[in-house]
Write a protein that binds this ligand. Structure first.
Ligand SMILES: Cc1cc2nc3c(=O)[nH]c(=O)nc-3n(C[C@H](O)[C@H](O)[C@H](O)COP(=O)(O)OP(=O)(O)OC[C@H]3O[C@@H](n4cnc5c(N)ncnc54)[C@H](O)[C@@H]3O)c2cc1C
Length: 294
C-alpha cells in the first residue's frame, strides 16, 4: 500500500511530489510525462519568484530536470476514478491499472474547455469521459467523440473499431488520426452546443437557437486532459466547480487532499506550487497520526 497517489503533473502535483520524496514517503505521481500543457504553452512567465521571464518551455524543462535529479518518475496514465475505502483509496486508470494508497492528492487543474449543455446532466447516461471503461457499452451504436488533444487518438481509434458510426470532433490542430481509413468515421469541425435526450442521450445539437442542427447519437465521449473532480471522486464536496478545501488542503473526505487550480482562483503557478507543498505536509501529518492510532 502506497502512502499517497498524486494525480496531476502541473506545478501543484510536482511540488507535492518533491515534498513527499524529501520526506521519504512512498507515492506515485500520475499524469502526462510531458507535464501540464499549461506550463509548456506559457509564452513568458513574469511572476514566478526567482525565475525572471522564463518561457513555459524553459520552466517545463527545469521541472523535468528537477524530477529526474531526485528520481521521481511520472506514471503515464489518466485517472478515471478514485474510490474511498475504509482508511484507504483505490485509484483506477484508463488502462485498467489500480493504485492503492492511504492518501490521495488531487492536483488535476481546471479544464479550459467549456462544458456543453447537458454534459453533467447525462454523465453516466450516455456521456462518458473514458473510452476504455465504457466503450464496450456502445458496440454497434452511433457515437460522438470530442477530443481535446492528439493524446487521445488511440482511444478514438478504439471507439471507431467498436461503434457503427463515429462523429469525430477534434478540438485541436494537427490531427494525426487517419480517420479517412475508417468508413464509419466522419470528422466534424463544429463544436456542439447541447446534448439532448430524456432518460439517456439521444442527440447532439450544433448551431445557434435559430438554426440548430441535431444529429442522433447514442453516446458522447469527451476525451479531455482534466476531468471535473466531482466526476473523479464520488461524494467530493465542491464549491462553484472547485474542490472545497480547508487551509490545510483537506477535502471533506478524510485522507483526500487537493491543491492548485482545482481548488479555486487565482490560477497561478506560484499558488499551485504552494498548495501542493501544503497538501504534501498535510499528508505527512495525516500518516503520522494514523500510524499512532494503529
Ligand atoms: C497559456 C497559459 C499561460 C499561463 N501563464 C501563466 C503565468 O505567466 N503565470 C502564472 O502564474 N500562471 C500562468 N498560467 C496559469 C497556470 O498555468 C496555472 O495556474 C497552473 O498551471 C496550475 O497548476 P496546477 O498544477 O494546479 O494545474 P495544471 O497545470 O492544470 O495541471 C494539472 C494536470 O493534471 C492533469 N490531470 C487532470 N486530470 C487528470 C486525470 N484524471 N488523470 C491524470 N492527470 C490528470 C492535467 O492533464 C494536467 O497536466 C497560465 C496558463 C495558461 C493556459
Amino acid at each position: 500500500m502506497l502512502d499517497c497517489v498524486i494525480i496531476g503533473t502541473g506545478a501543484a502535483g510536482i511540488s507535492a511530489a518533491l515534498t513527499l520524496k524529501a520526506n521519504g514517503k512512498s507515492f506515485v505521481l500520475i499524469g502526462n510525462p510531458e507535464l501540464s500543457l499549461k506550463i509548456s504553452r506559457a509564452e513568458k512567465i513574469p511572476n514566478y519568484p526567482g525565475l525572471s521571464l522564463v518561457t513555459g518551455g524553459e520552466f517545463a524543462a527545469a521541472l523535468k530536470r528537477q524530477l529526474k535529479d531526485v528520481e521521481i518518475e511520472i506514471t503515464d496514465e489518466r485517472v478515471t476514478g478514485v474510490y474511498a475505502l475504509k482508511g484507504s483509496f483505490s485509484t483506477l486508470t484508463e488502462s485498467g491499472k489500480t493504485f492503492d494508497s492511504r492518501t490521495v492528492i488531487l492536483a488535476v487543474g481546471v479544464e479550459s474547455v467549456r462544458k456543453i449543455e447537458g454534459e453533467s446532466e447525462f454523465l453516466g447516461r450516455g456521456v462518458s469521459y473514458c473510452a476504455t471503461c465504457d466503450g464496450f457499452l456502445y458496440k454497434g451504436k452511433t457515437l460522438a467523440v470530442i477530443a481535446t488533444s492528439e493524446r487521445f487518438e488511440g482511444e478514438v481509434e478504439y471507439l471507431a473499431k467498436l461503434a457503427k458510426k463515429v462523429y469525430f470532433i477534434p478540438l485541436y490542430k494537427n490531427v494525426g488520426f487517419a480517420f479517412q481509413a475508417f468508413e464509419n468515421v466522419e470528422k466534424l469541425m463544429r463544436v456542439p452546443t447541447e446534448i439532448k435526450g430524456e432518460l439517456k442521450v439521444s442527440g447532439l445539437v450544433f448551431g445557434d437557437q435559430k438554426e440548430p442542427r441535431e444529429i442522433p447519437v447514442d453516446g458522447v465521449f469527451f476525451l479531455k486532459e482534466s476531468l471535473p473532480p466531482s466526476a473523479l471522486v464520488g461524494g467530493l464536496e465542491t464549491e462553484n466547480g472547485h474542490v472545497a478545501v480547508s487551509r490545510n488542503a483537506e477535502t471533506n473526505l478524510r485522507g483526500l487532499f487537493a491543491a492548485g487550480d482545482c481548488t479555486g482562483r487565482p490560477y497561478q503557478y506560484v499558488k499551485a506550487a504552494g498548495e501542493g507543498n501544503v497538501a504534501a505536509h498535510s499528508v505527512i501529518e495525516y500518516l503520522r497520526l494514523a500510524g499512532k492510532n494503529e
